[in-house]
Design a protein around this ligand. Sequence first.
Ligand SMILES: NC(=O)c1ccc[n+]([C@@H]2O[C@H](COP(=O)([O-])OP(=O)(O)OC[C@H]3O[C@@H](n4cnc5c(N)ncnc54)[C@H](OP(=O)(O)O)[C@@H]3O)[C@@H](O)[C@H]2O)c1
Length: 344
Amino acid sequence: MLTLSIVGAAGYAGGELLRLVLGHPELQLGQAISTSHAGSPVHACHPNLRGHVRATFEAPDALQACDVLVLAGGHGTHAERIDEYAQLAPRILDLSADFRLRSAEAYEQTYGRPHPKPEWLERFVYGLPELHREQLRGATHVSGVGCNATAMTLALLPLARQGLVERALFDLKVGSSEGGAVSRESSHHPERSGTVRPYATTDHRHLAEVRQALPDSGDVPLSVTAHAIEMVRGVACTAHVFLNEDFSERQLWGVFREHYGAEPFIRLVAAKSGQHRYPEPKLLAGSNHCDIGFAWDAGNRRAVVFSALDNLVKGAAGSAVQSLNLMCGWDEHLGLGFPGLHPN
Ligand SMILES: NC(=O)c1ccc[n+]([C@@H]2O[C@H](COP(=O)([O-])OP(=O)(O)OC[C@H]3O[C@@H](n4cnc5c(N)ncnc54)[C@H](OP(=O)(O)O)[C@@H]3O)[C@@H](O)[C@H]2O)c1
């Protein structure tokens, strides 16, 4: 068994990782670190874990050596201390955006400040197994993924890899937990504020991750809108992908089957009829699946690709565990068997 400790364990992503570690046969929890909750029982922040995790949050300066260290704090909170963390653990996964982009220039452009440890960027593998499975095998330093970036990338990747994309527009519907337990964005959501306030954006930092994932990253025009809706977990992405040649629904099936037929956590959901013929984020709560569906709009040479996932699982802690399974040479499914809930 390997010992896994979490810095930032009081947050939503940290809590979800704690839940996944409990069900993982090769992992045991080391320390749950939290600045703001040191001394409190873990279930004070994660009431679903009451009786399952007996640990108490510990302060950051109590962090000891462990086999796997997961950094689950906010953006920019851990990068400066990465050398120190590397002394304590041979394997590190950082769920924040600090090590997702490969170039310091792209980081500064996207996040508006220079990267504090640019020499570390090349050492991290972007932790999306569908993109970097081979690099993740045996890797020691892995970044997390952006939840929206994951939904967008997985929707677009098969068509982009075939060189079929002229331009793409992503329409995202997102749940409140995407903003974290304490971020300002959370106050836009009914869950946090008690009132429904509109929240929309036409600019999203996650597009930098999508561009980095695509073979022709600089060339294809991409745009995005995101709306917060009355949902706690989940991302529903509708990608309007305008193709550079005539196509058919059958060909879409061919492309998506070829790319994702063997993927353990991607399911193609594109039925002709029925209530659940396209992906639905609600069904995926707690699951590591990303469901993908599509339809063909011949008049506009437009593939409409739908993707759905749980932002805290496939969009954060689940992809991290899937990556860790590859890093350690374990079966990729370990600890990730929960199928989601229906009805929900
Ligand atoms: N939420 C998502 O859907 C998602 C998806 C992908 C990646 N991520 C990434 O994962 C990282 C953590 O995200 P998150 O959503 O878990 O953020 P979060 O819930 O806001 O937690 C982040 C940090 O805030 C502090 N915190 C949490 N709850 C608190 C509370 N009630 N009172 C005071 N402080 C509290 C904790 O730090 P201390 O306990 O040390 O004070 C925690 O480490 C971020 O870098 C994020 O970008 C998140």
